[in-house]
Design a protein around this ligand. Sequence first.
Ligand code: IPE
Ligand code: IPE
Ligand code: MG
Ligand code: MG
Ligand code: MG
Length: 332
Amino acid sequence: MQTGSKLHDDRPGVSALGGLGAQARGASGRLLPEIWMQDGAKRVEQALARLLCAEDDGETELMAAMRYATLHGGKRTRTLLCLAAGALADTPAHMLDDVGAAIEMMHACTLVHDDLPAMDDDVLRRGLPTVHVKFGEATAILVGDALQAHAFLTLANVDAPGDNRIALVRELAQAVSAEGAAGGQAMDLSLVGKHVELDRIVAMHRMKSGALVRASVRMGALCAIAEDAAHAALYCALDRYSACFGLALQVVDDILDATADTATLGKTPGKDAAAQKPTCASIMGLQAARQFALDLLRDAEEAIAPLGPRAERLAQMLQRANAYLFKHAPCA
Ligand code: IPE
Ligand code: IPE
Ligand code: MG
Ligand code: MG
Ligand code: MG
C-alpha cells in the first residue's frame, strides 16, 4: 500500500481508512464527503426537473418518460465526478448543475437504449420497470433520442465562455460517438458467445462506459479551464484518473452482475452470463477481477496525487467507489 492511501486494502494488517463516513471536518478543515455528494445529487436532480419540463401545461407522454428515466435514482457517479473536477477548477456551481444534468441525460439515454429488447432486453432498472416496459418500446427509443438532444441543448445554453461551451459539446459528443459509448455497445453485442482476450474486454469497457466517465471528469474542468499548454499537467492527471475510474466502474458492474441480488442492483442479476457476454468477471474470475478493480482505483489515486489537496473531492470519489466494492462484493 502506498504511503498516504485512503483506500481499503485486503492485505492483512492494513487498516481500512476509506468509506463514506470516515472523514470529519475537524480541526484540519477536511471536507465531509456525504454532505457535498448528497447536495450535488440533489442539485442535479433539481436541474433535471427544471430542464425536462413541458413549456405549456400539457406534459406529453414522451416528456413523462424522459423524467421517469432520469429522476428516479441512480448513484449520480458521473455528476459527482464532474462536480469534483469542477471544484478543482473553481467552476461556478450553477454551471456545474446544468453540465451535470446534461451528463445525466446522456447517461440515462445510454441506459434506456441498453435495456431495449434489441440490446440487453432488461426489465428492471434502478429498482423500477425499464422505460420500454413502462411506456412501450417506441417511446423508449424516442426517450433516448430526445434525452441526447436535450443534453446538447443544455450544454449549448450553459453560462460559460463560448470556447468552453464548444469544448463541452465536443467532449460529450466524442464520449458517446462510434469511438465512445456507441462503438463500445456495438462491440459488446458483437462479442456475445465469443471467447476473447482480456484486452478486448478492457478496450470495450473503456469505450462503452469509460468514455462517458472520462468526459464527466473533463467537463467539470472544461467549464472554466481551457485544455491548453498551461494546463497540460492538470488534464494529464485528470485523464489518467478518469481512465482508471471508468474502467473500474464497469469491472465492478461486471462483478456485481454475477454476485449481487436484485435488491442491491436494482436490475436483474446474472444477465451477463445468461446472455453469454464475456466480461472481466467471466474471463479473469471474480477474485482477480475484484483485485483488478482495486488496483485501478489505487492507480487513479496515484494519478491525482500531484494535484494535492485541490483534488480532495476526486479522492473522496475513489473512497466511495472502494467502499461500494467492499460493501457489495466483499472478499470471498
Ligand atoms: C450503469 O452505470 C451502467 C454502467 C456503465 C456500468 P451506473 O452503475 O453508474 O448506473 P446508475 O446511474 O447508478 O443507475
Ligand atoms: C452498459 O453496460 C453500458 C452502457 C449503458 C453504455 P451494461 O449493460 O453492463 O450496464 P447495466 O449492467 O445494464 O447497467
Ligand atoms: Mg449492455
Ligand atoms: Mg445492460
Ligand atoms: Mg452490467
